[in-house]
Design a protein around this ligand. Structure first.
Ligand code: HEM
Length: 395
């Protein structure tokens, strides 16, 4: 084991000698030692110096394997040792290698002049081979790796973005870009641009996508929300609407105007709704004409009347009389509803005092008058002969 350790130490020393770049301090030490003229002794001293440093470090309790500290130490210590070695090598060995004194003592006792080359201390270092191996080998790669890490970090900055965006293309583009192949470079560049595109695309796509869809699909979607705002902006569209309705003068305008003419019939019937006074909205009427409401305008005790046409004709809403209206055989007192009629009182009164079934059906057959006027139901429209005298009695 001792021999192996020594061989390792020697090999490491030789390695350090032939690989000066990493350790400049050793070179300087060696040069100085060479200048003194004792290369072998210098080597031995260097070895012993390294061992001493480690030994000292251990004795001092500094178990740090940090290279910088060791680097600084070997230089200074080696220098000190050069002087000390030139002055007294054996003393150094004794001081430096307390553990290996036994072995070293035997070696030094055998050959004092070659004590520097033989470094008895090495044997004790054999116990610490890993520590010896670590400094040189690890220090070099560490120094080299650190500079490599910097360049790697620079490319790494863009790489992550590419790789993240385009998983397959991300890593390849950077390498492919480095590749000299033109074709590959082209696609790679495009791929890189594409990869950048996704990142940068988000902002542009909206603009790019907006125009095309705006012309095709989006217009409906985007305008759908705007449809809600049509009332205000519709003025312009409605202006267009009427023009097509006036289409006849502009038949050659377009085929799309063909359908509007049919709608022209609708515009012919302008919205004749009136502005209802406050408190006369449909909801207000619904609240007033509840299920238990009685708006007939007759005594509550009075049952449903059999209303003859003559009787109905007198209830026109004039001269202080209520307005009765016959709709599909039922007679309603529409007076209470007059102020709630969206079409206005005059329009409603057009059907007062008569059978307005036809008129009503012409205007808004979709309106459910039966429910709306349930509280206003007076009676049934009957033949003249079948009429009751209740109304006359009321008069
Ligand atoms: C027969 C006589 C009646 C005439 C002449 C008449 C006339 C009108 C007119 C011109 C409008 C406006 C239509 C529009 O431009 O939107 C209208 C709306 C309306 N009328 Fe009458 N009306 C009559 C009877 C009634 C009766 C008896 C009721 C209720 C039971 C009624 C309930 C309504 C309602 C709810 C609306 C609004 C319809 C809608 O918004 O679509 N009308 N009416």
């Amino acid at each position: 084991m001792g021999v192996i350790g020594i061989s390792l130490i020697v090999a490491s020393v030789v390695w350090v000698i032939f690989r000066p770049p990493p350790w400049l301090t050793p070179l300087q030490v060696l040069l100085r030692w060479r200048s003194t003229g004792s290369t072998a002794g210098a080597i031995a001293d260097a070895d012993s110096g390294v061992g001493d440093t480690k030994a000292k470090a251990r004795h001092q309790g500094s178990h740090h394997g940090e290279e910088p500290g060791r680097r600084a130490e070997p230089g200074t210590q080696s220098q000190n040792r050069t002087t000390s070695a030139s002055s007294s090598d054996p003393d150094q060995h004794r001081r430096q290698v307390p553990l290996g004194r036994r072995d070293a003592s035997s070696a030094s006792s055998k050959q004092e002049p070659a004590a520097a080359s033989m470094p008895p201390p090495p044997p004790p270092f054999v116990v610490q081979p890993p520590a010896i191996i670590d400094p040189p080998t690890i220090t070099e790669p560490d120094e080299q790796t650190t500079p490599k890490a910097t360049p790697a970090s620079l490319p790494s900055i863009p790489v992550p973005s590419f790789s993240l965006d385009d998983v397959p293309l991300g890593p390849t583009p950077s390498r492919a870009a480095a590749a000299p192949s033109p074709a590959a470079g082209g696609p790679t560049l495009s791929a890189a641009a594409a990869s950048l595109g996704p990142m940068m695309m988000p902002p542009p796509p909206p603009a790019g996508r907006m125009p095309p869809p705006a012309g095709r699909m989006p217009p409906p979607s985007g305008r759908l929300p705007s449809l809600a705002q049509f009332p205000a902006a519709n003025s312009a569209q409605r202006a267009r609407g009427p023009t097509p309705n006036r289409g006849p003068p502009a038949p050659s305008s377009s085929l799309g105007l063909a359908p509007p003419p049919t709608h022209s019939s609708r515009p012919s019937k302008p919205n004749r709704k009136v502005l209802l006074t406050p408190g006369h909205s449909p909801l207000d009427w619904a609240r007033i004409s509840g299920p238990n409401a009685d708006l007939r305008g007759v005594e509550s005790s009075t049952s449903y009347l059999r209303v003859t046409p003559s009787m109905l004709k007198r209830m026109t809403g004039r001269k202080g009389k209520d307005a009765w209206m016959a709709l599909n055989g039922k007679v309603y007192n529409v007076t209470p509803y007059a102020d709630f009629h969206p079409g206005g009182v005059p329009e409603l009164m057009r059907g007062a005092g008569r059978d307005a079934t036809k008129l009503y059906g012409e205007i808004h057959p979709w309106v459910n008058y039966e429910t709306m006027l349930a509280a206003c139901l007076v009676g049934l429209l009957v033949e003249e002969s079948e009429g009751s005298n209740e109304l006359d009695q009321m008069d």
